[in-house]
Design a protein around this ligand. Structure first.
Ligand code: NAP
Length: 307
């Protein structure tokens, strides 16, 4: 039986692993479908404190893993397929194998929703991004495109006008689900262009290894055309990775874990960390902080006799 199992190996999971390992709890970290989480999909990270010369996202997250392993954290490749959190010890089925634990830290993140185009996938981190806060800075004076019609798209587009020479919002309908205030802020921004009733059909240029443009199609007329762009930001939503926990802990309507204060969930002994609960900040540093909080709570729970 494990003292603690940590589900997810992004910033939140790795930080929880460092703290619980240093507390002598010998955590098991289940890496999940996207080992390293969203940082493993980025290139340069300039806003994680402590790296004045920038650091590559995959290197940063790999360093965290090494740091946790140095203190005795164990990593298992695998997916949590099913969970029974109805009693302690908690039980998780990981790749067909049941594991038991006294405490559980869910740091399984939220995956950015992508368009799913083959060339879009190949250019992630090379002009295609799902995080304006992380990558906007690299597009100073460049042509930027944001896809989506929700609040995230409006927020990101507005933010990106600080950097880009122009920011084009591409939305598949001509009505927006974004709140009125966010939409109006964008409408008032002279750097923003609007391309509505349009979808992206392809992203160029995989041969060059970076984004040079996209092929668009008007969904009403069928007309297609190519538009030059340097940075393509997807803001079409995130999907929290909570499927195995449905019906086990309280989740909100979109599947995010509902916090019961600090890192606590609706089940005593089960803690949350990072984007699986946080739909607002979604930063490496906030996820790391949340991982630390969850680890401290798990340690205190065990100390207080929770088992
Ligand atoms: P969202 O509200 O679900 O909007 C997603 C947008 O992406 C929609 O416009 C949707 O189009 C579009 N979309 C989805 N799949 C697509 C696809 N395959 N191809 C093209 N377009 C696609 O997501 P969100 O903007 O990330 O917001 C999530 C939640 O966080 C919302 O409750 C939002 O209010 C909140 N939020 C608030 C703030 C703020 O207040 N500061 C900032 C960000 C987010 P359709 O409209 O056609 O479905």
């Amino acid at each position: 039986m494990r003292n603690v199992i940590i589900v997810g190996s992004g910033c939140a999971g790795n930080t929880a692993a460092i703290y619980t390992a240093r507390a002598g709890l010998k955590p098991l970290v289940v890496s999940g479908l996207e080992p390293g989480g969203q940082l493993s999909l980025t290139t340069e990270v300039e806003n994680f404190p402590g790296f004045p010369e920038t650091i590559q996202g995959p290197v940063l997250v790999e360093n965290m893993k090494k740091q946790a392993e140095r203190f005795g954290a164990e990593y298992a490749q695998g997916l949590v397929e099913e969970a029974d959190l109805s009693r302690r010890p908690f039980r998780l089925r990981i790749d067909g194998q049941w594991e038991e634990c006294r405490t559980l830290i869910i740091a399984s993140g939220a995956s950015a929703r992508w368009l799913g185009l083959p060339n879009e996938q190949k250019l992630i981190g090379h002009g295609v991004s799902s995080c304006a806060t992380c990558d906007g800075f690299f597009y100073r004076g460049k042509k930027i495109m944001v896809v989506g019609g929700g609040d995230s798209a409006m927020e990101e587009a507005n933010f990106l006008t600080r950097f880009g020479e122009e920011v084009a919002i591409v939305h598949r309908r001509d009505e927006f689900r974004a709140s009125k205030i966010m939409l109006e802020r964008c409408r008032a921004n002279p750097k923003i262009r609007w391309i509505t009733s349009a979808v992206i059909e392809d992203v160029y240029d995989v041969e060059k290894g970076y984004v040079t443009g996209v092929k668009l199609r008007n969904v009403k007329t069928g007309e297609t055309w190519v538009r030059e762009v340097d940075g393509l930001f997807l803001a079409i939503g995130h999907i929290p990775n909570t499927k195995p926990f449905v019906g086990q802990i309280e989740l909100d309507a979109d599947g995010y874990i509902v916090s019961h204060g600090g890192a606590r969930t609706s089940v005593a002994g089960v803690f949350h960390a990072g984007d699986v609960q946080d739909r607002v900040y979604r930063q490496a540093i906030t996820a790391a902080g949340a991982g630390c909080m969850a680890a401290i709570e798990a340690e205190r729970f065990l100390q207080a006799g929770g088992h």
